[in-house]
Write a protein that binds this ligand. Structure first.
Ligand code: HEC
Ligand code: HEC
Ligand code: HEC
Ligand code: HEC
Length: 373
């Protein structure tokens, strides 16, 4: 038994401990940024501790020193150059060094090249990479409605790893799912779930491969068609939770929650996001899914489909990949397809015909900007 005289100090110690524990658990003050008109409650909240970790993970690696456009084009020097033939040999070598640093820094050149035969296409990784170069050029040239001048390089998705950390495969129903009733591909909180919710697990193949309608809000007083179903709304909600998580933002980064469907009261970022949905869908259909025959079986999904991308593949939890700092700025050869090399020059005339070797790169770094206020 504790003597009466002991009880008071014990109680005091207990209160002190509680206070200590409570102060240790206290959330740091969150950072707020107003994203819409005053009074609309459109405020973006960020936890500074999480932001600090994200900032550390979103650093652009130093670019290789520039290489001159001198000498014969790579297509004349090498044997099997199909997309980068218009670069000079120094430019070509610089890009190979950069690609290695972005995609396979631990594995080196041999991740894509078989031994000393650099012209061989024996490794699937080289064949995939050639298509990746074309995809990167296509994103930067044709999807500026989304990526602006900031653009992307291999680093944006790969971050020093051969397989990007955020990829997805088609969802496959577990065997006998039908016998257990219609599970409707939802109500299971597993690692494939969107934001650990019980929302449908096939939102990516529905919206980022297929082109199902995302809009669910009725425009007439009586519900009609599939747009009125709760299941339909859950699919849309699943995609929206992914978009919020993928960008590390709240719904109000894009929407005024008074009316989620209204474009007039939404933020401009929602229009950028709309282009992002179109872009992700197009890249999966035109570039990534068709690579299926190139991959070895162990890289394919449970239904034999190729790995695909979503918003998080580039964004990785940040509203602009790398907080808007351009990795493309120093790599003009990835900003658009490299023009085929000119045929061998005729005997020299007196007028210079080529652009100076030190011409500035076309893309400029976009400064990192906070969410629009
Ligand atoms: C992530 C894949 C990848 C890595 C890593 C890589 N390369 Fe390549 N390399 C390619 C691709 C793709 C091509 C073909 C480009 C084309 O068709 O335009 C190529 C072509 C070449 C060629 C032309 C060979 C010929 O005769 O056709 C040379 C030389 C080369 N690479 C050197 C290197 C060196 C040196 C390294 C390491 C510093 C390296 N590569 C790392 C993907 C890679
Ligand atoms: C928009 C995102 C994105 C960009 C940009 C991108 N990749 Fe990829 N890459 C992917 C995805 C998704 C995969 C599929 C992952 C897998 O292979 O499992 C992939 C796969 C690869 C693979 C196969 C890895 C393996 O072991 O299976 C290589 C090699 C590769 N990319 C090289 C490149 C190169 C080189 C560039 C730049 C020229 C590049 N990628 C740009 C998304 C991207
Ligand atoms: C990064 C921007 C962005 C974020 C964040 C976002 N949305 Fe959306 N949302 C969109 C876009 C773009 C569309 C329209 C897609 C289309 O029309 O194809 C949309 C559509 C919707 C719709 C359908 C509207 C209609 O016309 O029927 C609902 C509902 C919705 N979002 C809810 C949410 C919720 C809830 C969240 C938070 C969990 C959220 N959104 C987060 C961009 C966003
Ligand atoms: C190929 C890489 C890539 C993919 C995939 C991608 N984005 Fe982006 N996104 C970018 C880049 C790069 C920017 C920065 C553009 C700029 O500097 O204005 C950006 C910007 C944005 C912005 C503007 C943010 C702001 O504050 O203005 C939104 C919103 C956005 N993306 C949403 C999405 C959504 C939603 C998806 C998936 C449906 C998606 N993105 C997929 C590369 C990508």
């Amino acid at each position: 038994m504790i003597k009466h005289s002991m009880r008071v100090p014990l109680r005091v110690a207990g209160v002190a401990l509680l206070a200590l524990a409570a102060s240790g658990c206290e959330m740091p003050a969150e950072q707020k940024a107003q994203t819409g008109y005053r009074g609309t409650g459109m405020i973006d909240y960020q936890n500074p501790r999480i932001v600090a970790a994200k900032q550390a993970a979103n650093v652009v690696p130093p670019a290789q020193p520039p290489a001159p456009a001198v000498g014969p084009p790579a297509s004349q020097v090498y044997q099997n150059v199909q997309v980068l033939g218009g670069l000079s040999v120094p430019q070509f070598t610089r890009l190979m060094l950069s690609i290695t640093a972005w995609v396979s820094p631990e594995q080196g050149c041999n991740y894509c090249h078989e031994g000393n035969n650099l012209a061989s296409d024996a490794l699937y990784t080289k064949v995939v990479s050639r298509r990746m170069i074309q995809m990167t050029q296509h994103i930067n040239a044709d999807w500026q409605a989304h990526v602006a001048q900031t653009g992307v390089t291999c680093w944006t998705c790969h971050r020093g790893k051969p397989v990007p950390s955020e990829i997805w495969f088609n969802h496959v129903d577990p065997p006998r799912a039908r016998l257990a009733g219609n599970n409707a591909r939802q109500n299971k909180a597993d690692e494939n779930a969107i934001g650990m919710t019980s929302l449908p697990q096939d939102v990516f193949q529905t919206f980022l491969l297929g082109d199902s309608n995302i809009r669910v809000t009725g425009t007439e007083s009586l519900p009609y068609g599939n747009r009125s179903s709760i299941k339909q709304a859950e699919w849309t909600f699943g995609l929206m939770v992914h978009m919020s998580e993928g960008l590390g933002v709240n719904c109000t980064y894009c929407h005024n929650s008074r009316a989620f469907n209204s474009w007039e009261t939404s933020n401009p970022a929602r229009v950028t996001a709309w282009h992002g949905i179109q872009m992700a869908r197009s890249l999966n259909n035109e570039y990534l899914d068709p690579l299926k025959p190139v991959y070895p079986a162990n890289r394919l999904g449970p239904s034999g489909d190729a790995p695909k991308l979503n918003c998080a593949t580039c964004h990785q939890g940040v509203y602009k990949p790398m907080y808007g700092v351009s990795t493309l700025a120093n790599y003009a050869e990835l900003a658009a397809p490299v023009p085929a090399p000119a045929p061998p020059a005729p005997p020299p005339s007196d007028a210079p015909t080529e652009a100076p070797a030190d011409a500035p790169a076309s893309a400029q770094a976009t400064p990192s900007s906070p969410p629009a206020g």
